[in-house]
Design a protein around this ligand. Structure first.
Ligand code: C2E
Ligand code: MG
Ligand code: MG
Ligand code: MG
Length: 276
């Protein structure tokens, strides 16, 4: 009895494994055509100066308009990563974001652009050349662009990542450490990297007001950052209360639904038209 149950369980396990593999394959195939069919779209979310609440940067956030549904990156970036498709997609995002930056500026917005890059892209020696080429193509300087990396990049593969990041930083590109606080990077590694900005993970920000210790933690991160010295962004700010505590902690920049949700470029162009 036990034996047949075991076999049945194996069969089930097998089934779900096969289903998952199939759906990953389907996603990969679909993703391959997505750029070609124009199904990928970059949304933008403002990053504001905490004191003045004016938008200083837009973060590019990828979306996939797939069969009438807007998919967020967590649903397909991991697959793009594991198949290597992320290189092509990442370059497409960079191009779109820089092109849209030119448009935003033409509409009077004095902003820069921040783009997420995956660990896989940081293993590709050609990234600085690609970035240089795109900046030149759009008549932009290095300082118009920020690249957001995650702590995992600092842990695996430090050597390659460091030389790539150094080359990008030498061009004036700002290197941003995203989701800071949930990874394991040591202060030493942090200091060795050309990081200009730390984004404090939203999980800390969400606890502000509920947990005194998380507020203290943010205070400590801001203090540590200013000693490095790097500037700080609080991500995931959703309430006025969170915003005012963030401001009192002297965290210079903030991002979150309170200031604006990720939206297509047209939304932000309309906004700048209304401000004039
Ligand atoms: P991230 O870079 O940490 O981006 C912030 C995420 O938090 C975004 O999710 C954003 O929509 C969400 N968010 C912003 N404000 C708030 C808030 O106030 N409350 C809450 N609950 N969430 C907020 P999204 O757009 O789903 O992106 C998820 C992740 O996917 C990003 O996290 C980033 O790591 C990755 N990603 C996005 N676009 C790209 C891309 O072009 N390339 C790569 N490699 N990764 C990307
Ligand atoms: Mg980011
Ligand atoms: Mg983040
Ligand atoms: Mg995040």
């Amino acid at each position: 009895h036990a034996k047949s149950l075991g076999a049945a369980r194996y069969a089930l396990f097998d089934e779900s494994l096969r289903a998952r593999a199939t759906s990953a394959m389907e996603t990969t195939t679909a993703l391959r055509g997505a750029i070609r069919r124009g199904e990928l779209e970059v949304y933008y979310q403002p990053i504001v100066d905490t004191a003045s609440r004016t938008t200083v940067v837009y973060e590019a956030l990828l979306r996939w308009n797939r069969e009438g549904r807007v998919c967020t990156p967590n649903e397909f970036i991991p697959i793009a990563e594991s198949t290597g498709l992320i290189k092509e997609i990442g370059e497409w995002v960079l191009r779109s974001a820089l092109s849209d930056l030119v448009t935003l500026r033409a509409h009077g917005q004095d902003v820069t652009m921040s783009v997420n890059v995956s660990p896989m892209q940081l293993r590709d020696d050609s990234l600085p050349t690609i970035v240089r080429g795109l900046l030149d193509e759009y008549g932009l300087g290095g300082a118009d662009l920020a690249l957001e990396i995650t702590e995992s990049v600092l842990i695996d593969d430090m050597g390659t990542a460091k030389s790539l990041l150094d080359r990008l930083a030498a061009m004036g590109v700002l290197i941003v450490l995203d989701d800071f606080g949930i990874g394991y990077s040591s202060l030493n590694r942090l200091r060795a990297m050309p990081i200009a900005l730390l984004k404090i993970d939203k999980s800390f920000v969400h606890e502000i007001g509920h947990s005194e210790s998380d507020t203290q933690l943010i205070r400590a991160i801001v203090a540590m950052a200013s000693a490095l010295p790097v500037r700080t962004v609080a991500e995931g700010v959703e309430t006025e209360e969170q915003a005012s505590i963030i401001e009192s902690l002297e965290c210079g920049f903030a991002q979150g639904f309170l200031f604006g949700r990720p939206a297509p470029i047209a939304h932000w162009l309309l906004e700048s038209a209304q401000q004039r």
